[in-house]
Design a protein around this ligand. Structure first.
Ligand SMILES: *Cc1c(COP(=O)(O)O)cnc(C)c1O
Length: 356
């Protein structure tokens, strides 16, 4: 199927989604994101296999959350809901707020105070969501909204909502369409673990319907926030990658199942490794992502360095780049040096810019 820029994921993938003719389609034309071959990084790593970047930052609100949100909000409207609610490390709230605007319903957002990247918070606010910052971490925020949903008439649109998972699995279909098969390995960040659950569901369906062998699912948590790797909740998770700063993933069991049935791993990468990969993606491939997304490349590099991935292997490796770099301007500004300031004089500009 050719990429169709006029259609969002519900219209493109209605045959594999829980929608009917009666489902209103609330869309911002999400999905159809680029799958970019990372030939420069391939050269730098000295590997035989092809590396592809699934650039999910190109969704309407700048993250993959839009794929799930179009389905979750459409189903909420179909059911007659007037409001949606979510706990968020940032991107879920940005997405929920935008789709709620499109649907003409209310959006409430509960965020951990001080742990949200500026770009994401401004999105939720500009879309008119009612945002409450809580003195507590993401896990506490999620507990609160789950309780609220038991007593009040609001729809939960966190990834516990099965429609989120359904919408997000469409990314597997797009990758398989582009490659003509499923990849051999998929590296991705893991936070609340909804996304790895969704991709795995998509790949299992593709095996059923088209006979494509599913990839090994290689999930990576941040070292300071790696409950699945450690096998226990992390009370006070820490990492620069705020989108995966989660100590008690809601889809923990499903992530473990994806890992085990695919012959994959869930492992950790340090903040230092994340930042190094984040820079490499920007400097070598022209792809600017938010720090959490770089956990994919950091994971691949780690497995090559440990000798657990064979550089001579020939096949396809996909890295999921979950969110756009402009989401988190603070970290970008902190880690780059300021440009030199000179007089408005051609010779000074030419010399300082190094033009020969
Ligand atoms: C939500 C998010 C993640 C983590 O996805 P989970 O489904 O929570 O595992 C990773 N990166 C970005 C940019 C995100 O927005």
């Amino acid at each position: 199927m050719a990429r169709d820029f006029k259609k969002g994921v519900i219209e493109r993938f209605s045959c594999v989604l829980p929608v009917t003719d009666k489902t209103p389609v609330i869309t911002l034309q999400e999905g159809s994101t680029p799958l970019i071959e990372a030939s420069n990084i391939k050269k730098e790593l000295g590997v035989n296999f092809r590396i592809f970047l699934k650039y999910e930052g190109m969704n309407p609100t700048g993250s993959f959350k839009d794929r799930g949100m179009t389905v979750a909000v459409s189903k909420a409207v179909e059911k007659g809901a007037h409001a949606v609610i979510c706990a968020s490390t940032g991107n879920t709230s940005a997405s929920a707020a935008a789709y709620a605007v499109k649907a003409g319903i209310k959006c409430m957002v509960v965020i951990p105070e001080g742990s949200i990247a500026l770009g994401k918070l401004s999105q939720a606010l500009i879309h008119g969501a009612s945002v409450v910052a809580v003195k507590g971490n993401f896990d506490r925020c999620l507990e609160l909204v789950r309780e609220i949903c038991e007593s009040y008439k609001v729809e939960l649109v966190n990834s516990l909502n099965p429609f989120r998972i359904e919408g997000q699995k469409t990314a597997s279909y797009e990758i398989a369409e582009a490659l003509g098969r499923s990849p051999d390995y998929q590296f991705m960040p893991v936070g609340n673990a909804g996304n790895i659950t969704a991709y795995w569901k998509g790949y299992c369906e593709l095996k059923e319907s088209r006979g494509y062998a599913p990839p090994r699912m290689m999930g990576f948590q941040a070292a300071g926030s790696a409950p699945i790797v450690e096998g226990k909740k992390v009370e006070d998770p820490q990492t620069v990658a705020t989108a995966i700063k989660i100590g008690n993933p809601a889809s923990w069991q499903q992530a473990v199942e994806a890992r085990d049935s695919s012959g994959g791993v869930i492992d950790r990468v340090t903040d230092e490794e994340i930042i190094k990969s984040w820079r490499q993606l920007a400097a070598k491939e022209g792809v600017f992502v938010e720090p959490a997304s770089a956990a994919s490349l950091a994971g691949l590099r780690k497995y090559l360095e440990l000798g657990k991935m064979d550089p001579a292997f020939t096949g396809d490796v996909v890295l999921i780049l979950t969110g756009h770099g402009l989401k988190d301007p603070d970290i970008a500004v902190e880690t780059v040096s300021r440009p030199p300031v000179v007089e408005a004089d051609i010779e000074e500009v030419v010399r300082t810019a190094g033009i020969e």
